[in-house]
Design a protein around this ligand. Structure first.
Ligand code: ATP
Ligand code: MG
Length: 366
């Protein structure tokens, strides 16, 4: 039943109106005669519609009361009036009026005005909801763009510096130093490429436009190649130990998603563990599933943070000065989900972390 509050200082008129409303199956939750009482009533028990006389007792009139109510509660208000000059009507308009009912009241008019007000209100709410959804989507996009721009700065300045060294001293550098510069440039380019890919994958998987692209993947070759690329990019600060049986078959997987998974987990293992440490990458294949486990001897993740890390922009409380955007694991999570797999984390602060990913896959030769 629609709950209606009547704000009217002439009691007889208010009671007559209430009787008509009850006959039309509305629930009259109260009759008040001043603006202040109306505001109090709305705060205690908000009605669905307010019928508001413009000229009422007390220090604020109906229009000012409506303005104050609307600044705190989103409730449609219909004005009751015997006559109104243009100036009053204009003030009423400015409060976003949902209509007028002229005195003396006719049942049909009251009914039509209330129905119309409720409908307009529903439409306004729906519009507001879609506007705020669009707004938060666009806030999210700007945030991602800002992050991307920020993360591109480091590799770009590496490229600029290495290029300047090569330009200014190229001739006089020995072969080893030249190779170092080129490798630094290549490492930075691949960092930027990965970042770009991450952002694209994230926006595709979120918009559900990512199309799974299963293809034959030679598991051992794939991991050896990834580790080789990594070693170049990190300039051998860590040792990556691959343990994959040579008997690993060729399986059917989406290679791009697999790359995102491994790339992000490996880069975390490296980033959050001390230089010189060894990262273990174990791969096993049984029947129709592939299991990867990546473990590091790093800073670990506090228990209370572990369940949050697959959400975007969430980082653990113990990262200290280590830079990051909190996007990597959310990409891993989405990639694993798209693949119908699962991911687990085991970690102890100060001891290390192990991520295990299980992906269902078909054996290409089966
Ligand atoms: P980026 O988006 O650049 O990857 P990030 O590494 O901070 O930034 P995620 O990869 O999503 O973001 O990881 C989220 C958080 O999980 C990290 O900030 C860190 O707190 C924690 N974390 C992830 N992997 C490890 C790990 N191997 N050891 C310790 N903490 C980790
Ligand atoms: Mg990361």
């Amino acid at each position: 039943m629609t709950k209606i509050l009547i704000v009217e200082d002439e009691l007889l008129i208010a009671q007559g109106l209430a009787r008509k409303l009850v006959k039309m199956d509305y629930h009259v939750v109260g009759i008040v005669s001043s603006g202040r009482d109306a505001i109090r009533h709305v705060d205690d028990d908000p009605p669905d519609v307010i019928l508001m006389d413009i000229v009422i007792k007390g220090d604020i009139d109906g229009i000012e009361t409506a303005r104050q109510i609307q600044s705190r509660n989103n409730i449609p208000i219909i004005y009751l009036t015997a006559y109104a000059d243009d100036e009053t009507l204009e003030r009423a308009e400015q409060t976003g009026s949902y209509g007028y009912i002229l005195k003396p009241f006719k049942e049909r008019e009251i009914h039509a005005a209330i129905k119309m007000a409720l409908k307009k209100h529903q439409e306004a709410l729906a519009l507001q909801a879609s506007l705020s959804a669009i707004q938060s989507l666009s806030d999210e996009k700007s945030r991602q763009l800002a992050i991307a721009a920020h993360d591109f700065r480091n590799p770009l300045s590496t490229i600029r510096m290495s290029a300047e060294i090569l330009q200014d001293y190229g001739e006089s550098l020995d072969a080893e130093r030249q190779t170092e510069c080129f490798e630094r440039i290549q490492g930075a380019v691949s960092t930027m490429n990965n970042l770009l890919e991450d952002i694209l994958v994230l926006s595709h998987t979120e918009a559900a436009t990512y199309e799974l692209c299963p293809q034959q993947v030679d598991i051992v070759a794939f991991f050896e190649d990834m580790i080789h690329q990594f070693a170049l990019a990190i300039q051998n600060t860590h040792h990556i130990q691959l343990d994959a049986p040579q008997s690993c078959p060729i399986v059917i997987l989406d290679e791009r998603l697999l790359q995102h998974i491994v790339l992000n987990l490996l880069s975390n293992a490296i980033k959050y563990s001390p230089s010189g440490g060894t990262i273990h990458l174990d791969v096993t294949h049984e029947q129709d599933r592939l299991t990867l486990s990546i473990s590091d001897p790093g800073i670990g993740i506090p228990d209370e943070d572990q369940h949050l890390l697959f959400q975007r922009f969430k980082r653990a409380s113990n990262v200290g000065e280590i830079q990051g955007t909190g996007l990597g694991l959310s990409i891993v999570h989405q990639a694993v989900e798209l693949h119908g797999g699962e991911i687990q984390v085991e970690s102890k602060v100060g001891i290390g972390t192990r991520f295990t990913v299980i992906l269902p896959c078909d054996d290409a030769l089966a």
